[in-house]
Design a protein around this ligand. Structure first.
Ligand code: FES
Length: 210
């Protein structure tokens, strides 16, 4: 099984846009705000994808060496592991899972309250926030960053981005608005942002296995 990790202290690399990946965080030249462990204190942490194929095997950076991408069957089994120990309330991580964006957010109490206040009868794709999170981690929302209309990447995970009319995510391609539980509330998208299989063990979030 191939594993995509972005944990601190493991990977430093240069990605194709020239940004430097330091400790699993893209350094795009913007000085980090004060905070421990070098993690930027803003509501967005962008994690680069670094893949390790096999036990202690070859380290690859995608898309720097895109021709070395794993085969489809390996990719289908791959997982993405993130250290969410430093993820504070109101912060998000934008990472990559099986070559697609994934958003991880530590919801605020207000965002949880806002999601819970909605009657699911009003929803196009009825689901409670509790059904979209783990019992032991009700504030950790993990969703694919792929609009369920035609596959654009919604805004809202990065600092200052438009979160739409319902405070979650907004897809500008055709105007789909997702709420704080990433449920579709307005626009053409037919379903909520997909929640991938994932598990949490300590501070490790593993996407791709329950
Ligand atoms: S692809 Fe998102 S609204 Fe059309």
């Amino acid at each position: 099984m191939a594993t995509t990790t972005a944990t601190p202290d493991e990977h430093n690399a240069v990605v194709d846009n020239g940004a430097v990946v330091e400790d699993g965080v893209v350094n795009d030249g913007v000085a980090p705000a004060a905070g421990h462990d070098g993690v930027r204190r803003r509501d967005f942490i962008e994690i680069a994808a670094v893949s390790a194929a096999g036990m202690g095997g070859l380290v690859m950076v995608y898309p720097l060496i895109s021709q070395m991408s794993p085969s489809a069957d390996v990719l289908a089994e791959s997982t993405t592991e993130l250290d969410v120990g430093a993820l504070e309330v109101g912060q998000s991580i934008k990472a990559v899972f099986r070559k697609q964006p994934v958003f991880v957010r530590r919801l605020t109490a207000a965002e949880i309250q806002q999601a819970d206040a909605v009657s699911i009868d009003e929803l196009r794709d009825p689901q409670t926030l509790a059904e979209r999170t783990l019992v032991d981690h009700p504030d950790l929302l993990v969703v694919m960053g792929v609009c369920t209309h035609l596959g654009c990447v919604p805004l809202g995970a990065a600092e200052g981005e438009n979160k739409g009319d319902y405070g979650g995510y907004f897809c500008p391609c055709h105007g789909s608005h997702y709420d704080t539980a990433a449920r579709i509330r307005k626009g053409p998208a037919p379903t909520n942002l997909l929640v991938p299989e994932y598990s949490v063990n300590g501070t490790a979030l593993v996407i791709g296995e329950a």
